[in-house]
Design a protein around this ligand. Structure first.
Ligand code: GUN
Ligand code: FE
Length: 426
């Protein structure tokens, strides 16, 4: 009996999560029982078998799942919030590439990556999928910092061998060799952090490089991340570079980088019906990045339509296309943009609801990591304890209203405690 009790943690508070994108699951003044690292159950009354176990009582606070950021660029942290007068390609050339070239310097990488990891954790992101740069040593610095912090993440050493400045352009064979060395060096090395194969996007990778990366992903059974159909000029360029392919997604598919292993494609703003069908068939996961899509004038993703088709999706902050790692803010942007699409494009799909946005930021992205992102039985216990009293000057609204206001106004100050896989995250 003593042993059973030692493995159990019980938290009390207003518990909110989403099993599906349709509705909140709310237990007011409820109990979450956590056994080792996973949820054993959520109860409105504590079952007798747990009597005698100390309850961590969070009173009127909210307990929600930790956030999942499915797409972000750690080396762009120092240039967030600038350069949004330009669209994707000139923005990359003017701001992003020169900044990423600085990560050849490990001292600079250590400084910026420390700030990034600290902020990611402060914002309540417990799981993330992250781009590094082409520099494998700096990428390992990022992996080590994330691991020390205890944030479960996938990190990619970026590959690029064309259409970029010499400071970032890799020799194709060297890029392949370094990627293999990096994978062999870091696989199994960290408790919380794993490698992910990361061709930057089609315009910056030759067919040869993409083909080899497809083989590497298969050989080492690693997931893949890249960008897809973000901006109209980018898509036109891809069509010119690969006239043999039907569309942008088809280029990745040709090189086995489109769901052959678990794959995340960021943006997917301007997809053809054929691409959507292939994404669904290959179970490619879409990282929707609304803050970035508005900042870089990329467009408005048909997020509600994609959700209705049951395509697996989550949210991405896409620093520094997006200006913030605050996932409340990313959720609010997703809702606002889908409303603009609804009004301007006159489509039948209704705008994203609060529940859908919350689902995308938690369980939608969490699926990429396994049983993550909700408080269903057997799910890893990633959670945020939220104190929202500063958002309610007179009396508080219903739990649903409190979540809605939190999405529009919440920030790191509202997050008073964090758990990752059952352990407190500091
Ligand atoms: N496409 C290729 N590289 C990038 C990047 O760094 N950010 C965004 N938003 N899109 C990209
Ligand atoms: Fe990106």
């Amino acid at each position: 009996m003593a042993c059973f009790k030692e493995k159990i943690k019980i938290l009390k508070g207003n518990i909110v999560h989403t099993k599906t994108s349709e509705a909140f699951n709310i237990v007011e003044n409820g109990y979450i029982v956590v056994k080792e690292n996973s949820v054993e159950g959520v109860y409105d009354k504590l079952p007798g078998k747990y009597e005698g176990i100390t309850v961590k009582d969070y009173g009127d606070k909210l307990i929600i799942p930790g956030f999942v950021d499915l797409h972000t660029h750690a080396p762009q942290f120092a240039i967030k919030g600038i350069g949004y007068d330009k669209e994707l390609i000139p923005w990359l050339e003017t701001y992003t590439f020169p900044e990423e070239a600085k990560f050849k310097d490990k001292g600079y990488a250590e400084k910026i990556y420390k700030e990034f990891v600290e902020e990611l954790c402060n914002q309540g992101t417990t799981r993330a999928v992250i781009f590094g740069t082409i520099h494998e040593e700096s990428t390992e610095i990022l992996m080590k910092l994330l691991d020390d912090k205890g944030i479960t993440s996938y990190v990619g050493k970026v590959n690029m061998d064309r259409n970029c400045p010499d400071t970032l352009k890799e020799d194709s064979d060297e890029s392949i060799k370094k990627t293999i060395q990096w994978i062999e060096n870091c696989s199994g090395k960290y408790k919380f952090v794993k490698p992910i194969v990361t061709p930057r996007f089609v315009p910056s990778c030759t067919g040869y490089l993409m083909e080899e990366l497809g083989k590497i992903a298969e050989k080492y059974n690693l997931p893949v991340q890249s960008h897809l159909a973000e901006n109209p000029s980018e898509i036109e360029w891809v069509n010119e570079l690969h006239p043999d392919c039907k569309n942008y997604g088809d280029v990745y598919d040709k090189f086995n980088l489109f769901g052959q292993t678990k794959t995340i494609m960021a943006h997917c703003v301007h997809l053809t019906e054929e691409e959507i069908a292939k994404i669904k068939m290959n179970e490619v996961v879409i990282a929707h990045c609304p803050t970035s899509n508005v900042n870089l004038s990329s467009g408005i993703s048909p997020i509600s339509k994609l959700l209705k088709k049951n395509i697996q999706m989550g949210l991405g902050s896409d620093i520094s296309g997006g200006e913030t790692l605050n996932m409340f803010s990313v959720m609010a942007s997703a809702i606002k943009m889908s409303k603009l699409r609804y009004v301007c494009f006159k489509e039948e799909e209704k705008p994203l609801t609060i529940q859908e946005a919350f689902y995308l930021a938690t369980k939608g992205g969490g699926r990429f990591f396994g049983r993550v992102g909700s408080f269903e039985e057997g799910y890893e216990f990633d959670a945020l304890v939220i104190d929202d009293k500063n958002l309610w000057k007179v009396s508080k609204g219903s739990i649903e209203e409190r979540i809605e206001r939190l999405i529009y106004f919440g920030n790191e100050e509202n997050i008073i405690n964090k758990y990752l896989s059952g352990k407190v995250l500091n």
